[in-house]
Design a protein around this ligand. Structure first.
Ligand SMILES: C[S@@+](CC[C@H](N)C(=O)[O-])C[C@H]1O[C@@H](n2cnc3c(N)ncnc32)[C@H](O)[C@@H]1O
Length: 213
């Protein structure tokens, strides 16, 4: 597909399937207004996340990398009434802003924000495994650790999803540590004996794997 057709297709999907509602627009505006990095998922990526959570019937979800709660709102909206999202965020400011946004979205009863580094917090969640879905969107250098955690703590049929699989193209000519980390993560997922996986060409690349054994 040529680039202009691909851009038209992207715009078409955005317009008809992934339009932001008032709450998501507010969260995006507040993310900028509070001086947080404007690196929340794009609407098309967020809609895919929402749909995958719903498709796999997930009720118990873990996210690493909350930021201001944009992706968390899209996850929580796909959960059943008794569903729960646990989302982990290293920055106390981001965690505080996200909690306010989950309140604003009317989802505070479904979402727990745990402040801390993913590698420190995840072991504390192990006792309540298995989980149905894990979304990884934080420090690239630990993506391999998050994948290992998903392999051990998702149910069979559970889904791991990770943003930035293409890392802005850095995977094709890796130079930085993060470039190399994403190359290693992608190849590890592709070859993983416990996941059936691919990368969906949306946004910066969404890696998705279903746990098979
Ligand atoms: C790309 S943003 C997440 C965007 C969010 N998922 C969304 O789409 O709305 C990455 C977030 O991960 C957080 N983060 C970075 N390193 C982390 C770590 N080791 N553990 C947990 N969170 C981390 C950052 O502070 C930042 O808020």
């Amino acid at each position: 597909m040529n680039q202009s057709l691909s851009q038209r297709c992207h715009a078409y999907v955005s317009e008809h399937f992934a339009r932001e509602d008032e709450t998501l627009r507010y969260v995006r505006q507040q993310t900028a207004a509070r001086g947080l990095p404007q690196i929340s998922l794009e609407p098309n990526e967020a809609k895919l996340l929402h749909l995958l959570v719903r498709l796999c019937g997930a009720a118990r979800v873990v996210e690493v990398g909350t930021l201001a709660g944009y992706s968390g709102i899209c996850i929580a909206r796909a959960l059943p009434d008794d569903g729960q999202l646990i989302t982990i965020e290293v920055s106390s400011l981001h965690a505080e802003v996200a909690r306010a946004h989950f309140e604003y979205a009317g989802l505070a009863d479904k979402v727990t924000v745990l402040q801390g580094a993913g590698v420190d917090v995840l072991p504390k969640l192990a006792a309540d495994a298995p989980y149905d879905f894990m979304f990884i969107d934080a420090d690239k250098g630990n993506y391999h650790n998050y994948l290992a955690w998903a392999a051990d703590h998702l149910r069979i049929g559970g889904v791991v999803m990770a943003d930035n699989a293409f890392w802005g193209g850095g995977i094709f000519d890796p130079k930085s540590d993060d470039d190399h980390a994403m190359v290693a993560f992608n190849l590890s997922l592709a070859e993983h004996p416990r996941f059936d996986s691919t990368i969906i060409e949306v946004g910066d690349g969404i890696a998705v794997g279903v746990k098979t054994c």
